[in-house]
Design a protein around this ligand. Structure first.
Ligand SMILES: [Zn+2]
Ligand SMILES: [Zn+2]
Length: 203
């Protein structure tokens, strides 16, 4: 076999050959004969037992927000293109969460999870069940806006960044090192705790 042929991928049905560079990051394409061509096997990226990390597609911003509130690492950008989403997920070892049912055909990447539920909390339940995450929930350990892990902060550190009555309490305060957002327990957090309890109770 000559070098040129080694760099091509044949269609299993008609034998037509395509340049190997067309299949970067597990991308597939439609052959002119109508069948789907891709490199096999699927790219296996994520080591077993590793802490699961996600990358949500553009449709799943609310789900990403809630996964973060429950402590899970979920990358999200509202206007990211599929190719970039897949490339980054492979590089960073993330499971792609998507509403696009055709994505697993378009990309031969093993860790694409098509989320079937339409409503955010049902989607959240679906993901927790599918990846068996209920025991791993850690509320308020990650910033819901920037996905960074929160750090413990003292009321002295946070003077002027949270209401004085909050700083005066002895409750633990959490700070996002990225955006400076301060998290403390209050009515908002109690609501989130209730949602999390309901979600885990219905499993
Ligand atoms: Zn073909
Ligand atoms: Zn933040």
């Amino acid at each position: 076999m000559c070098g040129v042929l080694e760099m091509s991928v044949p269609c299993a049905r008609c034998g037509r050959e395509y340049d190997v560079t067309l299949f970067e990051f597990g991308r597939t394409l439609w052959c002119t004969c109508g069948s789907r061509v891709g490199l096999e096997p699927r790219i296996e990226r994520i080591a077993a037992n590793a802490e699961v990390r996600f990358s949500a597609d553009a449709m799943l911003g609310k789900l990403a927000h809630w996964l973060r509130l429950l402590g899970f690492d979920c990358a999200y950008e509202s206007d990211i293109a599929d190719a970039e989403l897949v490339r980054r997920a492979i590089e960073q070892g993330r499971v792609i969460l998507t509403r696009d049912r055709s994505l697993p055909d378009e990309w031969r990447v093993s860790d694409i999870c098509v989320v079937r539920a339409e409503r955010t909390f049902e989607q959240l339940g679906e993901v927790l069940r599918r990846f068996d995450l209920s025991a791993a929930v850690r509320l308020f350990t990650r910033c819901s806006e920037c996905n960074r892990r929160l750090t413990a902060a003292s009321s002295v550190d946070l003077e002027g960044r949270a209401p004085a009555r909050i700083l005066a309490t002895q409750d633990p305060l959490q700070l996002c090192p990225e955006c400076g957002r301060v998290y403390w327990s209050g009515s908002h957090t109690r609501r989130i705790e209730r949602v999390a309890e309901q979600l885990l109770a219905t499993e």
